[in-house]
Design a protein around this ligand. Structure first.
Ligand SMILES: NC(=O)c1ccc[n+]([C@@H]2O[C@H](COP(=O)([O-])OP(=O)(O)OC[C@H]3O[C@@H](n4cnc5c(N)ncnc54)[C@H](OP(=O)(O)O)[C@@H]3O)[C@@H](O)[C@H]2O)c1
Length: 209
């Protein structure tokens, strides 16, 4: 698949590294050309840099920007009409002490509301960037990517991408289940940073055979 990642920060680099390692073509679409090129180089495996305006040419576009920047980023990408868009954002407060929205909506739903023709899928928001740098594994075991979305075909494509890159996946249902996934990421941050358990942690979901 061709994947464009909007953003050139920790998650953009980490996702670019795991996707390219699985053989996908990745373009880092940054608002700052120099940062984009540096991020692509750091990600390695042939990742390239491009502009946000060009991101819509990919099969899948990843929003690896802060929640507050997601709206501007999609506008800059031309609205992403008909495009599969992976929302990895967590709407954290500025001091990371909590979520700025939740319970009755989610970042994913707010983005979808503003851009109803993008095929939004929430995924990867519970995986720390440092875990991505470790190939998406903890102690050699793949971590879980939770996948929420209203468009079943888009959800399946994102599951395929995540599984290709070596992750376990768990579909959680409609996009509104992002209301549950975003607090899980906040719990992850509380455990990892707040309570000092470090970032080599990830939530998973298990069932008895
Ligand atoms: N870090 C994690 O472990 C983690 C885990 C799961 C989910 N997430 C989520 O992933 C997203 C990215 O996190 P991160 O840690 O990668 O952040 P980061 O390292 O701070 O990188 C953010 C990137 O977004 C770009 N950006 C900001 N506003 C933008 C806009 N309006 N248009 C285009 N680009 C914009 C920044 O560009 P400039 O450099 O030009 O400012 C930067 O390249 C966040 O929503 C976060 O909640 C993070």
């Amino acid at each position: 698949m061709n994947v464009s990642i909007i953003g050139a920060g920790n998650m953009a680099k980490g996702l670019a590294a795991v996707f390219t390692a699985a053989g996908h073509r990745v373009t880092i679409a940054a608002r700052d050309k120099v940062k984009g090129e540096a991020a692509a180089q750091e990600a390695g495996n042939g990742a390239t840099a491009g502009s946000i305006a060009e991101a819509a040419a990919a099969d899948i576009v990843v929003l690896a920007v802060p929640y507050q920047g997601a709206f501007e980023a999609i506008e800059a990408a031309g609205g992403l009409v008909g495009k599969i868009v992976i929302d990895i954002t967590n709407p954290m407060t500025e001091d990371f002490s909590g979520l700025s929205i939740g319970h009755t909506t989610s970042a994913a739903e707010e983005i979808q509301k503003k851009f109803p023709h993008a095929r939004l899928v929430k995924a990867f928001n519970t995986v720390f960037a440092q875990v991505l740098q470790n190939g998406g594994k903890i102690a050699g075991k793949p971590v879980t990517v939770f996948v929420a979305g209203d468009d079943a075909e888009a959800r399946t494509k994102v599951v395929e991408l995540a599984q290709d890159a070596g992750f376990e996946t768990q579909v959680t249902g409609s996009l509104s289940t992002a209301r549950y996934l975003e607090p899980v990421a906040a719990l992850n941050i509380t455990l990892g940073y707040g309570l000092g358990h470090g970032v080599a942690i990830a939530p998973t979901w298990q069932r008895a055979a």
